[in-house]
Design a protein around this ligand. Structure first.
Ligand code: NDP
Length: 233
């Protein structure tokens, strides 16, 4: 099915994990895909999405943008009393401020084109998660940003939605496992126990939902956060 024929999509944080799976799926379904990440390489364009100058320059160079997937994200987990201020700032900048910057740059072309699909990565952690005050606050902020931009951009046929994954097996969760001294398999097994579907998710399972929200089939869905979490609370 070539449901994205003629569409140009920008995916941030697309070198690996959910971003890479999303870029691959959108391309497979006919989109021209621009993959952005902190480091350039193998079809990936360098763009640090926390840097306003870089975002403005890179987005202006892309020109037409029909679909924007704000996927870049990091974790810096710590309990409140141990969390250095720079970990708070880095997580807020990467997971939330980046979306403000990328949406602001993308709307410059989406509004005149009277078309756009924006999908933002939130997280199940938005509902609260021990050791993630920075990440939870940023991902809850993503939901507020999403709901607000859906209102502001709706009159231009631009939809704005969020996807909130549960535990997905990616380099991000593998790094978390390593930090707490577990193997990726042990860490995933613990997460699977807490999940009604009794397994963790795959990047492709999140990419499929992002692609739906980015498609014309989802033309009357806006301002929503869709949890992709195997039924976990
Ligand atoms: P990964 O860490 O595997 O991939 C994220 C990518 O984003 C990396 O390539 C990373 O580069 C890049 N990135 C980080 N900071 C920047 C930046 N400033 N500018 C550009 N690119 C950047 O993460 P996942 O695939 O697991 O996660 C993707 C999104 O989904 C994130 O927003 C995450 O918070 C969210 N999510 C993930 C869940 C999971 O269980 N995996 C659960 C819920 C939400 P680098 O390697 O250099 O840091």
């Amino acid at each position: 099915m070539m449901r994205f024929e003629g569409r140009t999509a920008v995916v941030t944080g697309a070198a690996q994990g959910i971003g890479a799976a999303t870029a691959a799926l959108l391309r497979e379904q006919g989109a021209e895909v621009v993959r952005l990440d902190r480091q350039a390489g193998d079809g990936v364009v360098q763009c640090d999405v926390t840097d306003k100058e870089q975002v403005d320059e890179v987005f202006a160079g892309i020109g037409r943008i029909d679909i924007l997937v704000n996927n870049a994200g990091i974790t810096r987990d710590n309990l409140l009393f141990k969390m250095p201020y720079d970990e708070w700032q880095a997580v807020l900048n990467t997971n939330l401020t980046s979306m403000f910057l990328c949406c602001q740059a993308a709307q410059k072309v989406m509004v005149p084109a009277r078309y756009g699909r924006i999908v933002n990565l939130s997280s199940r952690s938005a509902l609260g998660n021990r050791g993630q005050v920075n990440y939870a606050a940023a991902k809850a902020g993503v939901q507020g940003l999403t709901a607000t931009l859906a209102i502001e951009l709706g009159p231009y046929d631009i939809t704005v939605n969020a996807v909130a994954p549960g535990y997905i097996a990616t380099p991000m969760t593998a790094a978390t496992a390593e930090r707490v001294g577990s193997s990726a398999e042990e860490h995933q097994a613990m997460a699977a126990e807490r999940t009604p579907l009794r397994r963790v998710g795959r990047p492709e399972e999140v990419a499929a939902v992002i692609a739906f929200l980015a498609s014309d089939e989802a033309s009357y869905v806006s301002g929503q956060t869709l949890y992709v979490n195997g039924g976990a609370r």
